[in-house]
Design a protein around this ligand. Structure first.
Ligand code: HEC
Length: 139
């Protein structure tokens, strides 16, 4: 019985981490980048160019290069469109959208989904990610 202190420690750490996340402790500045690396890089790549590891495990998924959004939009970063793409809940574009999770739903506070407080957190979180993506645009 007293043989598994390591396991208990691990469980305790996981709980602490979960508590941090559900409390919505996201310092605005770096949280966008951190969130991107944790949730998006697997498909879009750590550099955002669309060559994440998931490409090799999910056949047929083709994440776009996120560093050319401004370039392809006449040099203007399409912040609103990017926000909506990430959120995923406003309307269903013509094709392919289901290859990416609907982050506006995924990021909801567990047990308090879609409450105003949870929605505010989701909005702040996605906004931070949008701001991060803006910083990786090619000139
Ligand atoms: C499972 C793979 C996957 C993950 C994880 C993923 N994406 Fe995507 N993403 C895609 C694919 C594929 C598309 C192309 C549209 C589609 O088919 O759904 C896309 C499209 C986009 C677009 C639209 C680009 C444009 O041209 O407007 C943005 C922005 C985006 N992703 C950002 C993100 C962000 C931010 C995250 C993390 C919170 C993320 N993605 C996580 C696969 C993924």
């Amino acid at each position: 019985m007293r043989r598994y202190p390591g396991k208990m420690l691990t469980a305790g750490l996981a709980l602490a981490a979960a508590a941090l996340v559900s409390n919505g402790v996201f310092a605005a500045a770096d949280s966008g980048k951190k969130d991107f690396m944790e949730n998006c890089a697997s498909c879009h790549g750590t550099d955002g160019k669309g060559h994440g590891e998931a490409l090799y495990v999910i056949p047929g998924v083709n994440p776009p290069d996120l560093t050319t959004l401004s370039k392809n939009n006449g040099g203007v970063f399409p912040a609103q469109r990017v926000f909506q793409s990430i959120d995923g809940r406003s309307g269903i574009p013509s094709h392919g959208r289901f290859d990416m999770p609907f982050w506006g739903t995924t990021f909801q506070r567990e047990g308090a989904e879609f409450t105003p407080a949870s929605e505010a957190e989701v909005k702040a979180r996605i906004t931070a990610i949008v701001n991060y993506i803006k910083t990786i645009q090619q000139k």
